[in-house]
Structure formats: C-alpha cells, structure tokens
Design a protein around this ligand. Structure first.
Ligand code: PLP
Length: 388
C-alpha cells in the first residue's frame, strides 16, 4: 500500500472487513463500544491496548477518513472535527497558551479572522497580519513570543496565494509552527507538507464532501502537534459525526476526478469573464493575468474551483447579477457539484469592517463563483445572461 499513489490509497484504504464480508465500508453509528471484560475496559482506558471506547475519542468511520486524508496530504497523523472552523479553533487552542502570538496572512476566511481578533485575545493570545503584497516585512512582524505562522492559500474569496516554499523557510528559520488552511486547493491540487508545513487544515464541508451535504473538518500533520490537538479535542468534544466521516471517506474516492472537472470548468468561466465588457477584473490562479500565475503553476496542479470577479457598477450591479441567475444557486457554500454564487462583502465577510474588506480586495462589486460540475456551456450561458 505504501508505494501506491494517493488517489489509489483514497480508494483502497478501508476499515478492516467485518464478518459480513461487505465490500464498501459500513456505517458505524454507535456512540460507544463494548468491552470484552472489566480488565479489557481498564486496559483500554489506561491505553495499554488499542481499540475503540467511545466515538468522541475514535470510531472506525472517523479513523478511515483520517487515514485517507493523511495518505493524500502525506502527513503522519490527523484529527477530524465537526466543521472546518472547529479544526482551526481546536488547532490554535490546542497548541497555544496565554502570552503567545500568531502571525497570519491578512487574506483569511471571515471566521478565521474572528477567531484571531475576537476569541483568542480573550485568553491573552495576540496576532499580527502580514500582507501578501509585502512579504519582505513579515520577518519584522515576528516577535519573541510568535509560535504560529497561519496561512490560507488560495485565500477565500480573494484567491491570493502565498509562496509555500518561502513560508516553509521563514517558519523554519524562526522556529514557528507553519499551519496552512488548504481548503480551496484540496490535497489533490496542493500538498503544503512538501514545502515544510507542520499542519494542514481543511473544511471537509467543501470539495472533500463535494456535494454540499454535511459539515466537517480535519487537521493533519506532524504527530507531535496532532497529539496536542487530539488531547484538546478528546476532552472539549468537537467530534466529527461518524455519518459525516463515512460520507467524506466515500467522497475522497472521487476527489481527483471531481477536482479536474471543477478546475476545467472554472478556468473556462474565468477566460469568458475576462472578455466581458461588464466585468472590471477577474481573479483565478491559473489565468495568466493573475499576479501570482507563476507561483500558482509552481505549487498547484490546477487553478481550483473558485473564480472571483468584480462587476462594474458596485454593489447594485452585483445584486442585480445575483438576482438574475437561473441555474447557478445563490448560497454561501462552495465546493458543491452545483455552481454557487456568493457576494462576500454582504455575507461571508460582512463582519469585517469596510476598511478590513478593502485591505484584502473584497470590493462591493465582487462576486465569488464556486464552479460546479455541470456542463460548462450551461454555467457560462447563465453567467452571460445575468451579466447582460
Ligand atoms: N477555511 C476556509 C478557507 C473556508 O472557506 C471555510 C468556509 O467557507 C472554512 C475554513 C470553515 O469551514 P466550515 O464552514 O466547515 O466550518
């Protein structure tokens, strides 16, 4: 198994068959597990033997999902959680203590910004933001108490990139734990561990599920950090449901095929939008006009499934566009088989101030399309009629 490609492992790596000889992993919907004897219970709790005790600690479906994600990210260990945000929060809360400092990229998902600016400061954990336009200044933002370098690449919704090789070297030189939110790329397009990341986080709610059915998250990476995060999760309880783990594990079997189609459709839409008279700018990592196109080609296999663009005429024009869409759904999710359009300034990033939004290029006319798996002609036709 160890020499096989990650795609093969994501399909073949399954929980051991039960005596029913099932081909597809069954769902283990059970809160707890039985002990063979009182002595067996004692030994399990003392961790003298391996085995399942209680689904807040482990469950075969959750273990299978974690194993596959570790295979795909080439990580030593992992811990699954109930949502992407709980993986981010549990990672930071599990690793940091009072007096620590986090250096993060400014282009972050809205709720990650809320954790750094509204929640961790209550426990005396401070943060600074580095701008992607000025990475030379990041070194000067590192303090004696900085422990974590936290990045999202590509970022939501601005699709800015961070050079992972550069970040790996910076973290290494200053003894920082490099944490990368890899939600937009998925392990199929980008593997941050290869560039020196210590931990990789995902919202499994997005492309990993791929059909907009359930919430989940995961942190994978170096065992010594995962052990600390697991301790936090075991006792604070943001456990992933076995049902969602079972679903995500099945979805991983088709991740490469789905991502290829998401990316091809997104590139075709980005190229079309770029030519449209009512569109001011288009951002997509694999468009040659993206300021970090060369970097995208270096660290991502393809450009991802999300396109952001600015409609001429600001918020009114963006609202008008969204209300005219017929096929593409108006929703706040991404990574679904169905294309979704979102207006970040008034929804996912509405809790940021206008100034904070503009600092990461979230303009009033910006629309994000998470391009789905429909026939690309139908996606383009819907966008064109709504832009007309
Ligand atoms: N990280 C990124 C980059 C996201 O886009 C999101 C959600 O959109 C999250 C984390 C949070 O994930 P969840 O909604 O599963 O908590």
């Amino acid at each position: 198994m160890s020499d096989q490609q990650p795609e093969t492992k994501a399909i073949r790596n399954q929980t051991e068959r039960t005596d029913q000889r099932e081909h597809s992993t069954p769902l283990f919907l059970t809160s707890s597990f039985v002990f063979d004897s009182a002595e067996h219970a004692r030994a399990l709790f003392a961790r003298e033997v391996d085995g399942n005790v209680y689904s807040r600690y482990s469950n075969p479906n959750i273990d299978e999902f974690v194993t596959k994600m570790c295979d795909m990210e080439e990580a030593e260990a992992g811990v699954a959680t109930a949502s992407g945000m709980s993986s981010i929060f549990s990672t930071l809360a599990g690793l940091l203590e009072q007096g620590d400092h986090v250096l993060a990229c400014r282009s972050l998902f809205g709720s990650s910004h809320q954790i750094l600016s509204g929640i961790l400061p209550k426990w005396g954990i401070d943060f600074s933001y580095g701008s992607i336009d000025d990475t030379e200044s990041w070194e000067s933002l590192i303090q004696d108490n900085t422990r974590v370098l936290f990045l999202e690449t590509p970022s939501n919704p601005g699709l800015d990139l961070i050079d992972l090789e550069w970040a790996g070297k910076l973290a290494d030189a200053h003894n920082l734990i490099l944490i990368v939110d890899n939600c937009f790329a998925t392990p199929y397009l980008q593997q941050p561990m290869k560039y020196g990341a210590d931990l990789v986080l995902h919202s499994a709610t997005k492309f990993i599920d791929g059909q907009g059915r359930g919430l989940g998250g995961i942190a994978v990476g170096k065992e010594r950090y995962i052990d600390e995060i697991s301790f936090f999760c075991r006792h604070s309880g943001p456990a992933l449901s076995p049902f969602n783990a079972w679903m995500f594990s099945k979805s991983l079997e088709t991740l490469p095929m789905r991502m290829d189609r998401h990316c091809d459709n997104a590139l075709a839409l980005a190229e079309e939008l770029q030519e449209h008279v009512n569109v001011e700018w288009v951002k997509y990592p694999y468009l040659p006009s993206h300021p970090q196109y060369e970097l995208a080609k270096k660290q991502m296999k393809k450009g991802g499934g999300v396109v952001s663009f600015n409609i001429k005429g600001g918020y009114e024009a963006a609202k008008n566009f969204l209300d005219k869409l017929n096929t593409i759904s108006l929703s706040a999710n991404l990574g679904d088989s169905r294309s979704i359009a979102t207006h970040p300034a008034s929804t996912t990033h509405s809790k940021l101030t206008e100034e904070e939004r503009l600092a990461v290029n979230i303009t009033p006319g910006m629309v994000r399309i998470a391009v789905g798996l429909e026939a690309v002609e139908d996606i383009i036709a819907d966008v064109n009629q709504a832009l007309a």
